[in-house]
Design a protein around this ligand. Sequence first.
Ligand code: NDP
Length: 302
Amino acid sequence: MAKLIDGRVIAENVYVELRREIAELKSKGIAPGLAVVLVGDNPASRTYVRSKDKMCRALGLHSVKLELPVSTTQDELLARVQRLNRDPSIHGILVQSPAPKHIDEEAIVRALDPGKDVDGFHRENVAKLVIGDASGFVPCTPLGIQRLLIETKIDIDGAHVVIVGRSMIVGKPLALLLMQKNKNANATVTVVHSRSRDLEKITRSADILVAAIGQATFVKGAHVRDGATVIDVGINRLEDPASERGYRLVGDVAFDEVARKAAAITPVPGGVGPMTIAMLMSNTVKAARQSLPRSGALPATS
Ligand code: NDP
């Protein structure tokens, strides 16, 4: 049976480090601040925004939660973002996706100050990831996956990583991150998607298999090599009248059958999810650190 990679425990270790760093920043007169903007009333988004706000407060970060009505126009949202760009108490800004259909999300991301783009979606940060410039912000989920692997002492250097999914939030930035030329990366990366041929043959060649598809239990035992590490990014809500909430969360991996073949596996929930939020906090602290004048700058930790 595979070893369980516990994202909750690893996220707690990240918070221990962050608390130390936040205290150090506060001693220099700077309280890292995160603004999360939600437009509309998507219930899943509301839950995410609340948990981000709660985590900020638990860590002693300055947290601003803007819940705007679905009728908010593109111009109104842009004006809000620009105000946050100018606000010195805010170091990180996140506009929760998905926004309502009338909002051009790409234009909103372009309007963000790249130095406050803690989601890492602004073109300037995407370019920095491509180049390997560590001053940029890397999207939180890929960053969290890398951290899970490092903390679990799974060797990324030289490993064949197969990523199923090529989204701008998970698949593409993860591929770029794990192929960087450094000891916490150096992977040979293959990305597969809905148009890939021989998908099963490719996934079976993975030392580390990452599923970021958005389809419940897509990855079966037949997709996995004996002894592989399997990272399940998927969060799928399956109706479940027996559960209190009326649904249960399931990953993109058929957990029981894959766990019998893999050497290590992340659960859903409790795997990648807690790391995503931990990396958002970490990126916010990094943004605050990078906002310090050079003379007072703290040594880089990542
Ligand atoms: P997207 O829908 O943006 O991308 C899904 C990707 O999977 C696409 O590249 C798509 O291929 C590929 N895909 C879909 N069907 C197949 C198939 N049958 N065979 C091979 N590839 C396929 O999703 P996201 O990347 O945003 O999210 C993926 C999952 O991860 C979701 O469940 C989401 O909820 C979850 N998620 C979890 C996070 C966390 O913190 N745990 C954070 C972000 C996302 P193509 O490009 O060809 O269409």
